[in-house]
Design a protein around this ligand. Structure first.
Ligand code: HEM
Length: 534
């Protein structure tokens, strides 16, 4: 303003000019002072030493020195895009979430990823794929942080860091699984509940042909609560409208390290917008008890799937990706998804892995991105009301809620919205029997894997599976994990185990009943000393 005042706002709106083309901008230092040329340096005489007073050069170098934030501890390599979701068939009978009302739409952002590799690793690694969606609903951001497989390696969250470490580089040799798969097979052969995910990983689905051609699954059980306070268990399934496509181990070696990134980016750039159907599978608490009692499928155990014949998929909506990011770092590297970013009408179940994830993600975001990660434009909620709370200050607090009261003030009272449903009705209903024995290996753990081998894989898929496993095992430096893992495969199918014995030249143990596992109780053993993990 002409009088030198700030007109009530001292803040510079960076977002307004960030998309201006370079030719409409002026080169400045970070404090906004015009500078003649980026290569100009202040020095003593023509060839003398540089000067500490040269803020421009120090500004340039010191910012460069700080360009990196920690990469994600898992899912470090990924691709992202923006788009929109719309509800095509109301879910109001089951949930009061605004998003699922008839005809509702909202903007979304998605990040797809591989899991084990580093930020620069190969897109065609044999690995599950991450499939994380941020729904920007009118009641806040809801993150659905999924994988492309409906099951997972474990049902005990304490195992996660151990398992992930076996996918990372060896602490001494610094070699990855590409050279040495010993840790990987040692872990899997001690934790047989991983077998279902191993069957998926080592089969054709282990290397999707880009992110457009894969489905996404919540894997975990969530809870949907309707306006009467009635709730059901729910799992979400995102089905690719492009169908699924996979590439073989041999073909993967011929692909670009950024195969999936290229495929997604150029599909969107060329107007070929990928889409997914959102389906929900639900069951009541009573059905969950029955499922445990009769079929020994535990809704809090994501190593199992819910049988679709009994619990059919119901389509509720669909989403499309129609916008590439303009700035990868700001919109993909800094985006922060968490299973605990929920909205009214959607709640976590008592699944212990999910419960641990509720903590772990915002914890890592505060470390990886910073205390105020939710204030960054890509993470900030876009709600129709003025959001307010009593969080203040901390590193980079640029939305610090102005002059508003920073405590629960009676002088300037803040407004509250009543809960849509009485919490007493939605909590305290954790079911009993269905939570037990998560750490024990049972005969039922092999049903899903066996169905894959016997009913889903055709002959070609079986041959590729055996080749993939044997190839991977050839990098294992010890025989014992292979003998144990073949015993685990034998519980799936004798045919599978004997084919693997032929392919690896290793004779596996006859089955798991005589084995002790260092992470799981062996429920298949008659010997009580083997039933307990050592
Ligand atoms: C990323 C922890 C299991 C899906 C991450 C990150 C952590 C983490 C710390 C990095 C987040 C970030 O830096 O922003 C865990 C723990 C687990 C677990 C402790 C089990 C105890 C799972 C499961 C799924 C999953 C079961 C899928 C069903 C993902 C996805 C990402 C991710 C998709 C990447 C998100 C993104 O693109 O930013 N996980 N995770 N995780 N996790 Fe998990």
């Amino acid at each position: 303003a002409a009088d030198g005042r700030h007109n009530g706002d001292v803040y510079r709106d960076y977002t307004a000019d960030k998309n201006a083309p370079s030719q409409d901008t002026l080169y400045t230092t970070s404090n906004g002072a015009p500078y003649a040329h980026p290569y100009e340096a202040q020095r003593v005489g023509e060839n003398g030493p540089l000067l500490l007073q040269d803020f421009h050069l120090i500004d340039l170098l010191s910012h460069f020195d700080r360009e990196r934030i920690p990469e994600r501890v898992v899912h470090a390599k990924g691709s992202g895009a923006h788009g929109y979701y719309k509800t095509t068939s109301s879910l109001e009978d089951l949930t009061c979430a605004d998003l699922f009302k008839e005809g509702k739409q909202c903007p979304i952002s998605i990040r797809f990823s591989t899991v084990g590799g580093e930020a620069g690793s190969h897109d065609c690694a044999r690995d599950p794929r991450g499939f994380a969606i941020k729904f920007r609903t009118e009641e806040g951001n809801w993150d659905l942080v999924c994988n492309n497989t409906p099951v997972f390696f474990l049902r005990d969250p304490a195992k996660f860091p151990h398992f992930i470490h076996t996918q990372k580089r060896d602490p001494a040799t610094h070699l990855s699984g590409a050279d040495d798969s010993t840790m990987f097979w040692d872990y899997l052969s001690q934790n047989p509940e991983s077998i279902h995910q191993v069957m998926v990983l080592m089969g054709d689905r282990g290397i999707p042909d880009g992110f457009r051609f894969m489905h996404g699954y919540s894997g975990h059980t969530l809870k949907l609560i309707n306006k009467e306070g009635k709730w059901v268990y729910a799992q979400f399934h995102m089905k690719s409208k492009q169908g699924t496509k996979f590439i073989t181990q041999d073909d993967s070696a011929t692909k670009s390290p950024d195969h999936s990134q290229k495929d997604l980016y150029y599909a969107i750039e060329n107007g070929d917008y990928p889409g997914w159907d959102v389906n929900v599978q639900t069951m009541t608490a009573q059905e969950a008890e029955d499922l445990w009692a009769k079929q020994k499928v535990n809704v809090f155990d994501l190593t199992h799937v819910w049988p679709q014949a009994q619990f059919p998929l119901r389509k509720v909506g669909e989403f499309y990706l129609n916008e590439n990011v303009k700035n990868y770092f700001a919109e993909v590297e800094q985006i922060a998804f968490s299973p605990s970013h929920l909205v009214p009408g959607i709640e976590p179940s008592a699944d212990p892995v999910l419960q641990s994830r509720l903590f772990s993600y915002p914890d890592t975001h505060r470390h990886r991105v910073g205390t105020n990660y939710q204030q960054l434009p890509v993470n900030a909620p876009r709600v129709p009301y003025r959001m307010a709370n009593f969080q203040r200050d901390g590193s980079m607090a640029f939305y610090n809620q102005g002059a508003r009261s920073n405590y629960l003030s009676s002088i300037e009272p803040i407004r509250f919205q009543n809960r849509a449903v009485d919490l007493n009705k939605t909590h305290g209903h954790f079911i009993g029997e269905a939570v037990t024995f998560l750490s024990e290996i049972r005969a039922e753990d092999f049903n899903g894997p066996r169905a894959l081998w016997e009913k889903v894989f055709d002959n070609g898929a079986k041959e590729r599976f055996v080749k993939n496993v044997a190839g991977h095992m050839s990098r294992c430096k010890k025989e014992e994990p292979i003998k144990r893992q073949i015993a685990i495969f034998r519980e799936v199918s004798e045919d599978l185990a004997s084919r693997l014995e032929k392919a690896t030249g290793v004779k596996g143990y006859p089955g798991i009943s005589g084995l002790r596992f260092n992470g799981s109780h062996n429920g298949l053993s008659k010997d009580s000393s083997l039933r307990a993990a050592n």
